[in-house]
Design a protein around this ligand. Structure first.
Ligand SMILES: *Cc1c(COP(=O)(O)O)cnc(C)c1O
Length: 654
């Protein structure tokens, strides 16, 4: 089993950033970006210095160079940003989950089977659901729905009669009726009772339609999840029945002659459970409830352990919010051996196990790739600092500090220029300095700061008061994407998503950066990155070159992020590229499908605009100007075409 590690030691990354440009290697980059660690076998850094993708866990030799994928997308004329979807990773994860459950069940001599379900809410895209259902077919892997629309999708897509369809969420009569329709068409639809009143509606509905339901009871667990979603459990949880309600429910169903419909015991203590101890405790608590109920004659066959299997987004293998201190094998072993032990103690049959892992199934399969389109430097543009005769003493002083700056005096110099800059501001306010002099002081000030920053990189010990310098010198890289559309949880709940340049990983990244997006919103930025111990506000990236596009990937966006995005600034959905791995191809992949993202027309229509009418209005205005002789007719036609082309075009920057 894996060693539990709560923090990554500081030395690692520090020593990595200390690696010089000459002895820089892909290992130095790994120390910063931890691609192997969050990549979970699917992502790494190739010898070529680019991200490599190994989309099948059982075919480690199949390797795709992500830069080649990006090049092909660009060559096909598909505009960035794009979502890249690796369907093989999706399949691979479904197989891995099911195979590991099967293997553990076999090794433990466990008598029940595993019937996993994929929770549709984690990624409702049709292509994702189809791929999961197809990959899960031979394992009888089913779907979980938490709302009416999701159930309607599940009824159409989960066509395997041996797999389960688990129904969570609050239910009205229509929802319950749809569930019974499932029963009519031979599906194993288990209605999980979240709230006592659902039971009374279900009983009368099933009597009037004469359809026997399959019922699950969701229990409000005492144990608390750990992490951001810990309120999904405990007495004040939104969903589930207390123990008293569970016993009342069983009584009621017994009185109605429906006790034999109680098939499943359900719990879900939260998503992204960072600490394995929460899972162990939940298994212990739920297995006690299960064994007691069975001994009381409740014909339970399944226990559903819910979701919560975490993804190690920051690669720290810790109980950080964006990490977890366990892996898939441990998680499954704790469930299977936990239930076996409790059941054997009480001589109760082992239940079939259901789990609803969503995040862990889909997070890895998609990423967002975009270009850095600009840099916002704190120091701004350089200004001519030519020496003038008789210049002001403050200008002369700061010039002198720059001339004398060395390894021996940089701390003192830093203190002095900080003071001089303040004096300069005061002097300007008193009209002692003019704008030209102020601009010179500012320019020299930033030059000195940059040099101090360089000198600091070679120091083993950085004095406390100089620690702010790298931060002051950091740049903002402007990336062509919207945080609100593509990385919603980074904005909403400070989740860390791995962000890594696609290439140049054999080259030292010398710029400390944060990322800003193209929305007109000051929240439209990412300043939570993989850090040494916890979360860093900056990430080292490479300097931009005029001759070469610089692409970055935002990884592990396949769960929730893919589908939670909003229309802030009307940017809309991204162009999507589906990659399928293919051994016989020289590059090991081909683009299977391109799904166009939102056009300007699309997003305007969803906000109730009528693009055709808008084009007419603009055309009328142009015609008016033509009649007045302000625009010539040919030019006018070009302007109209231009407006219409923009309506049809992509919402992101070209
Ligand atoms: C959201 C949810 C899940 C999925 O949880 P993950 O942490 O993504 O695995 C499973 N079951 C229920 C009831 C949920 O609400």
């Amino acid at each position: 089993m894996k060693v539990q590690q709560n923090t990554i030691t500081n030395t690692k990354t520090n020593s990595a950033t200390k690696d010089t440009t000459e002895n820089w290697s892909i290992d130095s980059s790994e120390n910063i970006y931890r691609v192997n660690r969050w990549g979970d076998g699917y992502f790494g850094i190739g010898e070529h210095g680019s991200i490599s993708v190994t989309p099948r866990y059982d075919q480690p030799d199949l390797s795709i160079n992500l830069q080649e994928v990006v090049d092909e997308i660009a060559a096909e004329g598909i505009d960035f940003p794009v979502v890249i979807r690796f369907h093989d990773i999706l399949r691979s994860q479904v197989e891995r989950l099911n195979r590991t459950f099967r293997k553990t069940i076999e090794e433990a001599d466990y008598e029940g089977r595993y019937f996993g379900v994929f929770p549709v809410k984690v990624n409702q895209m049709r292509e994702v659901i189809e791929e999961i259902v197809s990959a899960g077919k031979r394992f009888d892997y089913g779907l979980e729905a938490g709302s009416k629309p999701e159930l309607i999708a599940a009824l159409a897509y989960n066509t395997n009669k041996n797999s389960l369809t688990i129904l969570n969420g609050y239910k009205d009569e229509e929802y319950l009726k749809l569930a019974l329709l499932g029963q009519k068409i031979n599906r194993k639809t288990i209605i999980v009772i979240e709230k006592f009143s659902e039971l009374t509606s279900l009983i009368s509905l099933s009597k009037s339609l004469d359809i026997k339901p399959l019922i699950g009871l969701r229990v409000k667990m005492m144990v608390k999840g750990r992490g951001k979603w810990e309120n999904s459990s405990g007495e004040r949880a939104k969903f589930g029945l207390s123990i008293a309600e569970i016993l009342n429910a069983i009584d009621l169903l017994d009185q109605e002659g429906l006790k034999d419909t109680i098939k499943l015991l359900h719990f879900h203590i939260g998503s992204q459970l960072t600490d394995i101890r929460a899972i162990k405790e939940a298994v212990q608590e739920s297995s006690l409830i299960y064994t007691q109920l069975v001994k009381q004659g409740v014909p339970l066959e399944y226990v559903d352990v819910g979701g919560g299997l975490a993804v190690d987004y920051d690669g720290s293998q810790s109980t950080n919010d964006s990490s977890c201190n366990y892996n898939l094998e441990e998680y499954i072993a704790d469930i299977i051996y936990g239930f076996k032990q409790s059941c054997d103690l009480e001589s109760v049959p082992h239940p079939h196990i259901v789990s609803e892992s969503g995040r862990a199934m889909t997070a890895h399969h998609s990423c967002v790739v975009t270009k850095i389109i600009g840099e916002i430097q704190p120091s701004g543009k350089l200004y001519n600092t030519r020496k003038e005769t008789g210049e002001h003493i403050i200008v002369a002083n700061i010039r002198e500090i720059e001339d004398n700056l060395s390894v021996d005096n940089f701390q003192e110099s830093y203190n002095d220029v900080t003071q001089l800059k303040e004096q300069a501001m005061q002097a300007f306010k008193l009209s002692v300095l003019n704008l030209d002099e102020l601009a010179k002081i500012e320019t020299i000030y930033w030059r000195i700061l940059n040099q101090v920053g360089q000198l600091l990189q070679n120091e083993d010990f950085v004095p406390e008061e100089l620690k702010e310098i790298p931060e002051m010198l950091s740049s903002q890289y402007l990336a062509n994407f919207s945080v609100f559309q593509s990385a919603a949880d980074s904005w909403a709940i400070d989740q860390v998503l791995p962000i890594v340049p696609i290439s140049r990983l054999n080259e030292k990244p010398t710029k400390l950066c944060s990322l800003v997006d193209i929305t007109c919103d000051s929240d439209g930025k990412i300043d939570k990155f993989i850090g040494d111990d916890t979360v860093a506000q900056h990430i080292p990236l490479h300097t931009l070159k005029n001759s070469e596009d610089y692409y970055i990937g935002i990884f592990l966006t396949g769960a929730y992020q893919d589908v939670m995005g909003d229309m802030h600034n009307l940017f809309g959905r991204l162009n999507e590229v589906h990659i399928v791995s293919y051994d016989d191809d020289p590059k090991d992949f081909y683009i299977e499908e391109v799904v166009k993202g939102s056009s300007v027309k699309n997003v305007l229509s969803t906000m109730q605009y009528t693009p055709e009418i808008m084009a007419q209005i603009v055309k009328k205005e142009i015609d008016k100007q033509i009649q007045r002789g302000k625009i010539n007719p040919r030019e006018g036609v070009n302007w109209i075409d231009f407006y219409e082309n923009c309506l049809d075009g992509y919402t992101y920057l070209k």
